[in-house]
Design a protein around this ligand. Structure first.
Ligand code: ADP
Ligand code: MG
Length: 607
């Protein structure tokens, strides 16, 4: 008997769908990109339950004929390319004709669509690749696609969806990537009947403001400096923030030819332009749009990838860095940077660049603010404690001190002494705080942060002395990574080994994990490692000292006792006595308050 047979289309589509549609966010991206390709000027997104039950996109684009409405759901059906050649001069978003076929293979889809020249529209309903209804209908010009019960027939996929919160965040992230390059298109985003975003048509700057403007995400469009450069190779325009408007968590976006891209190497170029201007662990927000001949970039053949390769990354690195510097220099009215006489810095190699590195001469210590004598008034440097040393204490000024997250730390004489903690009474409140009476009042200690601080110190110590205790895994696991995460992991792998991970590179895009730090045996190692990578990447830790700090922070955060956990008296005493032995225990290494004092005065005042 012959054993080879062709897969039925529905199965083939489901397999293909796995590549294109991994989660509601990828489905949303495909639908909205189709609307934009169809020339829509208004796009409404309606979501229920983070896209699990409903994802609907309504546009006023060109619509489809009755025939096209049916064809659109066939695999490799596209109105956008006819020859493989076209792939290289691609300007539209979609191009493989796979999205709708994939979506309808794993969901229940209902679409109405009408072209301006047609009197009636078409309604088509498809469940798991089967057309269940197709009829003439009355509907406005444009297309309205409703995707219900995503992955209804793929339980495994459904199971891998994260919490609604996370999936909604993914949806929004994907949405931002698109709306930031289409400021002239009006968008709305509705989730569970609540309008989350209402974005009128406008300029790029207005769009950024509408999405991220302070106070939404701390992006100060008033602090934007325009960047604008035209060269033969590339033109770059957009905005970067003035250095004093940098924030701890910045919004950093690159777009190329109307698409979002991730580009850690170019991110470095921007950071280099700011060097010497930012307080440590502050980041500038930026929104930079590149236009480049399509031939000069590696076309993003895989629809879900956001990395893009450029033909000459080092040259663009220099152009980008110089134009950001120029923009920052202009606004400070400082003299133009003299690229020839101020010493030199190396342009780092791009991840896989083969070209030899040209050198640009820039003064890495150039700081327009210092030359103008300005300081950062509202900036809390990392070692903020030293700033408040010698401040009057509440007792000798006679004024009770109220503290919140933004206030200085407790004076030295209000600190808990390790001896006191050995025998004092301890209570737990709300499964979240440990209460400890002290000489001046009642100490409230955040249990999770306290434990994380204790663990952080321990991890740092283990990293420095390479003393992490390792526990062999019974079944090694495989960590598959994107190219830039591979680069990152390879870079920090020696430190991960120092702390107890047993890692070995398996292939160009994966590592095997054979052992984990013994404190983490009960956790699955892959998410733990991914968390570390995300943290190192997001915090832009690119020196060993910085990434060690982030590794320790990430591990501490992941292994600390959670909120909501009842603690025995013994456990509480253990945490508190270790905490108070730390040289600095008021705040976590990333600045969050651990301990707060409710003073006697505050308590007495209540009676
Ligand atoms: P691709 O976008 O790669 O061509 P899709 O599966 O996403 O593939 O879409 C298939 C085709 O359906 C598109 O080429 C387009 O002709 C048509 N189409 C899809 N969505 C819309 C829409 N919102 N408005 C008009 N036409 C659409
Ligand atoms: Mg498409």
């Amino acid at each position: 008997m012959d054993i080879i047979h062709l897969l039925p289309d529905s199965v083939a589509n489901q397999i293909a769908a796995g590549e294109v549609i991994q989660r509601p966010a990828s489905c949303l991206k495909e639908l909205v990109e189709n609307s934009l390709d169809a020339g829509a000027t208004r796009v409404q997104v309606i979501v229920r339950d983070a896209g699990r039950t409903l994802l609907q996109v309504i546009d006023n684009g060109i619509g489809m004929s009755e025939m096209d409405a049916r064809l659109a759901f066939e695999r490799h059906a596209t109105s956008k390319i006819r020859e493989a050649q076209d792939l290289f001069s691609l300007r539209t978003m979609g191009f493989r004709g796979e999205a709708l076929a994939s979506i309808c293979a794993v969901a229940q889809v209902e679409m109405t669509t009408r072209r301006a020249e047609d009197e009636t529209g078409t309604l088509i309903e498809i469940h798991g690749s089967d057309v269940v209804r197709q009829e003439v209908c009355a509907c406005p010009v444009g297309t309205n696609i409703k995707v219900s019960n995503l992955f209804f027939n793929v339980p495994v996929r459904r199971k891998f969806l994260k919490t609604d919160q996370t999936e909604l965040r993914n949806l929004l992230t994907e949405f931002y990537h698109i709306v930031l390059v289409y400021p002239k298109v009006a968008f709305t985003f509705v989730h569970n009947d609540e309008i989350l975003l209402e974005l009128p048509a406008g300029t790029e700057k207005q769009r950024i403001e509408a999405v991220f403007g302070n106070p939404k995400r701390n992006v100060y469009t008033s602090a934007f400096v325009d960047v604008s450069t035209e060269t033969e190779m590339v033109s770059i325009h957009g905005f970067v923030v003035k250095p004093e408007s940098a924030t701890r968590k910045a919004e950093q976006y690159f777009f190329v030819n109307g698409r979002y891209m991730r580009h850690p190497y170019f991110q470095k170029a921007v950071m280099t332009a700011y060097s010497g201007m930012l307080a440590s662990d502050y980041q500038p927000s930026f929104f930079l749009y590149f236009e480049i001949a399509p031939e000069a970039i590696d076309v993003n053949i895989h629809p879900t990838k956001t990395e893009i390769k450029f033909a000459d990354e080092q040259a663009i690195f220099q152009i980008l860095m110089a134009s950001v510097r120029e923009a920052l220099g202009k606004f400070t009215l400082a003299p133009q940077i003299d690229f020839d006489t101020n010493g030199s810095i190396d342009i780092p190699q791009p991840p896989t660049g083969e070209v030899t590195a040209p050198r640009v001469t820039v003064d890495p210590t150039y700081n327009p603010f210092h030359t103008r004598g300005a300081i950062y008034p509202d900036r809390a440097p990392r070692n903020w404690e030293s700033l408040y040393e010698g401040l009057p204490t509440s007792r000798n000024t006679g004024t009770p001190e109220y503290r919140d997250a933004g206030m200085p730390d407790l004076p030295v004489d209000e600190q808990l002494r390790p001896e006191e903690v050995e025998s004092c009474p301890l209570w737990q409140y709300g499964n979240k705080y440990i209460l400890v009476p002290s000489a001046n009042g009642l100490m409230l200690i955040n249990q999770h942060r306290a434990h994380a601080a204790v663990l952080y110190a321990r991890y740092v110590d283990q990293l420095v002395h390479s003393q992490g205790a390792m526990q062999q895994l019974l079944f090694p696991e495989v960590l598959s990574l994107s190219p830039d995460d591979m680069v990152l992991l390879t870079q920090i792998a020696p430190d991960l080994r120092a702390i107890g991970f047993d890692l070995e590179q398996l292939s160009p895009d994966s590592y095997s994990v054979q052992g984990v730090p013994s404190q983490l045996v009960n956790q699955s190692p892959l998410p733990v490692l991914q968390h570390i990578l995300d943290q190192v990447r997001e915090r832009g830790a690119d020196t060993q000292r910085e990434w060690r700090e982030q590794i320790a922070l990430s591990l501490a955060e992941q292994s600390a006792i959670p909120y909501g956990k009842p603690l025995t008296e013994e456990e509480m005493r253990d945490i508190v006595s270790k905490l108070v032995r730390l040289p600095q225990y008021r705040r976590t290494a990333d600045g969050k308050v651990i301990v707060s004092l409710l003073t006697d005065e505050e308590i007495n005042k209540r009676f």
